[in-house]
Design a protein around this ligand. Sequence first.
Ligand code: GLN
Length: 197
Amino acid sequence: VPVIGVLALQGDVREHVRALTDAGARAAAVRRPGELAEADALVIPGGESTTIWKLAEAFEMLEPLRLRIKEGMPAYGSCAGMIMLADRIEDGVPGQQTFGGIDMVVRRNAFGRQVDSFEEDVDFAGEGPVRAVFIRAPWVESVGTGVEVLARAEPGGRIVAVRQGPLLATSFHPELTGDARVHAYFVEMVRRDGRER
Ligand code: GLN
């Protein structure tokens, strides 16, 4: 059983640990480089991307995380976590940095201009409708050719879930609904990655 770390600098860590456990994985909180080294994969939770970025710097986790992602560690980011996995962001605070990895432009607080939070059923990766909770959520403004679009939401058919190789990101929070299918999808990605190594 792979050990999936949950980056525990800020955000809804406990909910992800629970969803991963429900999906049959072992989950462990990751705060320090040593804990990161012991994880086979990583979930970056929802929360506030500016805070996660600043704490990652303070805990000397920014470079170790970038390196692991570059080396091909599977990672899944929800909401703020999606922002952290984006190569480029719009509407960040001045100087805001990400871990990067996914060739996409993500706009922070994008839906928030119209409505702060909402729920909607989205078709995720052809798995049928998944209840998606959006809270001051980003959307994906554009993707590079290597990025697969896994879900879109109204209004506007905006991209809200993507995958590039071992990296997965959603604008929404499947950890808040009690439905572990998105986490199960990620756990399966991690298992496959383990078999290929
Ligand atoms: N707006 C937040 C950010 O910029 C994300 C919100 C969330 O994770 N629910 O990081």
